[in-house]
Ligand binder design. Structure first.
Ligand code: NAD
Ligand code: UDP
Ligand code: UDP
Length: 343
């Protein structure tokens, strides 16, 4: 069905691009900014599988060549080392704009760079989309809800965000990116899509990015204690990466702008998560409490009614099923062996 979609779309595009009859691209020309990162590399796999031509634009700040190594030599893949804060000229049909550090440790490392990436990077990609008439998808975040006063979070909720805190470069940056996206949509008639992504995990996450799932899994494998911040009663809802990629592609090819929450409503306290990791990797793993970071949201859980109704999407892989797939990859990367290609 995916190949058929690619071919059908190819015919439309041929006409739109005024290519001679018989000269037809196999699929779409798709840019994935941040395509060497965790989510981006899984998305690239699926787009290539569908028959699209993919251009990855990435500055390799948190992305890694290894994430795409299994696609090396693929005739339809081009990897461009480029910082989205700088303008770029490309000819494309779709832009998935993911470029942005995503883990708190990474985005706090150079907060000014984070906000430049969110604002100037998004502006450049919107300018590009406008020039070539491409459809643009922004990967926003559940962080736009801040420390939410509504639970679970619905897309109509405007959020509770500290504008001057240590997380602001990321959450205010993404809020501005959403604003820019909607302004280009209204002012320049650009076709846009907005996804608000909730905590996602899976193979190819950075091992030392400080996020809770990667920390716990690496700690349990290395026989280090699992570090629970604060009292461990704060909650998050964890989505497996293949579900997210599915949602992003449905959103891009569907007809609704959004914003759409893309997340798994299965909600866990950090202590419950630690328990699942113990059961999956090492029942004897110890837990150590550490002081929590500033402005940490107390709870987070997506209401995905809108995505279910309008995109026909819902996640399929619960935490307990997805975790072993990630553990397999982390084990191989920490102790050696093959693992990066595991999707
Ligand atoms: P990641 O850090 O693995 O990937 C981000 C990619 O962007 C990396 O390859 C990095 O090198 C690249 N990048 C960063 N700054 C750049 C710049 N200025 N120019 C070019 N490339 C740049 O993170 P991820 O988890 O794959 O996140 C992808 C997107 O999804 C991000 O926009 C993030 O905000 C969003 N998101 C992710 C999650 C999650 O739980 N993973 C949750 C909410 C939103
Ligand atoms: N831009 C880009 N590639 C393009 C077209 C535009 O990187 O193919 C950048 C451009 O340099 C500008 C931004 O996108 O910084 C916004 O472009 P737009 O045309 O919307 O605004 P303007 O250039 O008029 O400020
Ligand atoms: N956390 C934790 N131990 C860790 C890392 C994080 O208990 O080793 C907590 C953190 O305080 C937060 C939650 O886990 O409450 C999720 O943190 P993460 O950085 O993964 O993502 P966030 O949703 O905060 O962006």
């Amino acid at each position: 069905a995916n190949a058929a979609l690619g071919a059908a779309v190819g015919e439309q595009e041929r006409r739109a691009a005024r290519l001679p009859l018989g000269v037809r691209r196999r699929g779409l020309r798709v840019v994935v900014t941040g395509g060497a990162g965790f989510v981006g590399s899984h998305l690239v796999d699926r787009l290539l599988e569908r028959g699209d031509s993919v251009m990855v634009v990435d500055n390799f700040f948190t992305g890694r060549k290894e994430n795409l190594a299994h696609q090396a030599g693929h005739p339809a893949l081009e990897v461009i080392r480029h910082d989205v804060v700088e303008p770029i000229l490309l000819e494309v049909d779709r832009i998935y704009h993911l470029a942005c550090p995503a883990s708190p440790v990474h985005y706090k490392h150079n907060p000014v760079k984070t906000i430049k990436t969110n604002v100037m990077g998004t502006l450049n990609m919107l300018g590009l989309a406008k020039r070539v008439g491409a459809r643009f998808l922004l990967t926003s975040t559940s962080e736009v809800y801040g420390d939410p006063l509504q639970h679970p979070q619905v897309e109509t909720y405007w959020g509770n965000v500290n504008p001057i805190g240590v997380r602001s470069c990321y959450d205010e940056g993404k809020r501005t990116a959403e604003t820019l996206t909607m302004d280009y949509h209204r002012a320049a008639n650009l076709e846009v899509r907005i996804a608000r992504i909730f905590n996602t995990f899976g193979p190819r996450m950075c091992i030392d990015d400080g996020r809770v799932v990667s920390n716990f899994v690496a700690q349990a494998l290395r026989k280090d204690p699992l570090t629970v911040y604060g009292d461990g009663k704060q909650t998050r809802s964890f989505q497996y990466v293949s579900d997210l990629v599915d949602g992003l592609m449905k959103l891009m090819e569907g007809e609704h702008v959004g914003p759409f929450n893309l997340g798994n409503p299965g909600e866990f306290t950090m202590l419950e998560l630690a328990k699942v990791v113990q059961e999956t990797i090492d029942r004897g793993a110890r837990i150590e409490f550490r002081p929590n970071t500033a402005d940490d949201p107390h709870k987070r859980k997506p209401d995905i009614t809108r995505a279910k109704q309008l995109l026909g999407w819902e996640p399929k892989v619960p935490l307990r099923e997805g975790l072993p797939l990630m553990v397999h990859d982390f084990r191989a990367r920490i102790f050696g062996g093959i693992g990066v290609g595991v999707g």
